[in-house]
Write a protein that binds this ligand. Structure first.
Ligand code: ADP
Ligand code: MG
Length: 396
């Protein structure tokens, strides 16, 4: 282990009384913007609680209730007995949340994870500890491979299984009216051998429509039609203030570049769980096109350009207007009607003619187009996705 790891380990072990007796740190497995994650052996797990035996019981998780995460470091530690030490080792992931994260953010992540306990394909929270400003979350360790090492080899049935697992997690999360907000490969841990996956990282997650301001996209169909019809008819758009003095729109734009849904880019103030569906679509597009990252924008404007290049400016204008935004472009590479997803996939996999798209692939692309609907209200829900022919591939 490197010096950094040794130092971190010492610090972690010294912050929490009894930590050394409870966990044996093995290695650092992840380092993100908001946390560092370590693999550790759980030395004192409760033998009667096999609820997080991941290999066997993935879909039956009922983790123990969250111990107060305000528990003090001075708590009496449980020391492992000799017999406990001889059992099959159990591994945990210890997520050390950076002290620079706001307490509200940390509380939010832990609370949402607590609400989602027992949900299929969602990594449960075993417990959490706090010592002054340091918070650590303890999760069962889930064996997984690096997305970049397997996505190019995936067959269409492999993709269906991968996505069924991801959409199972999304369905659970969305049923709880929670938006994950950061769906991307590094937050969906997948083991290609067992073909199982779990959703992690609720650091940006939030409850749907808490204190959101109304957005035009939630208008009834009549108001919507009146607003959008002129555009569909090819009539010029009504004028807009060139020197707009209204305050700029504020909307949650949290998420990862390249995975942000169009309504996030258009600063929709009433974002829904459909933003996660778009991001899952980007994952599928990545797999089908064998390109990672598929979108590679530096900022939101570039991201809009990338999406507009595929879908064309006409549809992008309609999508913008849905949220009360105007979209104008003179960029020559953005055509009026863009490209079909099929041709994008053919092009990015260096194939030339349409003959080479298989029937299976065509089904996957059909599903992809449902996930990448620019209009969130028309985009498929996780519940409907699980009923889609593509995700049911091989089930019947
Ligand atoms: P961050 O907020 O820093 O992105 P994550 O929760 O996404 O934190 O974890 C970062 C990385 O740590 C993940 O991408 C994954 O590689 C690893 N990781 C997180 N949780 C687990 C787990 N339960 N089992 C195995 N590895 C994990
Ligand atoms: Mg993450």
């Amino acid at each position: 282990a490197d010096g950094h790891f040794q130092h971190d380990m010492e610090k972690l072990q010294d912050s929490f009384a009894g930590f050394r007796e409870k966990y044996r740190l093995i290695k650092r497995i992840g380092e993100g913007t908001f946390s560092t994650v370590y693999k550790a052996e759980d030395l004192v797990y409760d033998d009667h609680d096999n609820s997080w035996d991941l290999d066997k019981e993935l879909d039956k998780w009922t983790p123990p209730p969250l111990k107060s995460f305000t528990s003090q470091a001075s708590e009496t530690p449980d020391y492992p007995s000799q017999s406990q030490r001889r059992r099959k080792p159990k591994y945990v992931a210890i997520k050390k949340i950076y002290v620079t994260s706001s307490p509200i953010r940390i509380l939010n992540e832990l609370e949402l994870l607590h609400d989602l306990r027992g949900c299929q394909s969602v990594c449960p929270l075993i417990t959490a500890f706090r010592s002054t400003d340091q918070v650590v979350a303890i999760l069962p360790y889930f064996r997984h491979a690096d997305f970049r090492d397997y996505f190019r080899e995936m067959t269409v049935p492999d993709m269906a299984i991968y996505l069924r697992s991801l959409f199972t997690a999304l369905h659970s999360v969305h049923t709880h009216n929670i938006l994950h907000r950061d769906i991307k490969p590094t937050n969906f841990l997948y083991d290609p051998d067992s073909r199982r996956g779990v959703l992690v990282d609720f650091g940006l997650a939030e409850r749907e429509s808490v204190d959101s301001k109304p957005c035009l996209c939630h208008d009834g169909s009549a108001a919507r039609k009146a607003r959008l019809q002129p555009l569909y008819n090819g009539e010029p758009k009504s004028g807009y203030a060139r020197e707009d003095t209204r305050p700029s729109r504020r909307a949650n734009r949290a998420g990862t570049r390249g995975f942000r849904a169009p309504e996030v880019l258009f600063k929709c103030t009433e974002q829904t769980t459909k933003i996660d569906i778009w991001s899952a679509g980007v994952i599928l597009l990545t797999i089908l096109s064998r390109r990672f990252p598929f979108f590679n924008s530096a900022d939101d404007v570039e991201a809009m350009i990338e999406i507009a290049t595929i879908f064309g400016w006409r549809r992008m204008q309609v999508a913008a207007l849905l949220h009360g935004c105007m979209m104008e472009t003179t960029i020559p590479t953005i055509g009026k009607s863009g490209y079909s997803l099929e041709s994008i996939i053919l092009w990015s996999t260096n194939r030339s003619d349409k003959e080479k798209i298989s029937e299976e692939e065509r089904l996957a692309i059909k599903f992809l187009s449902r996930c990448m609907e620019l209009d969130p209200t028309r985009r498929i829900s996780a519940a409907d996705a699980l009923q889609h022919e593509f995700l049911r591939m091989g089930l019947d």
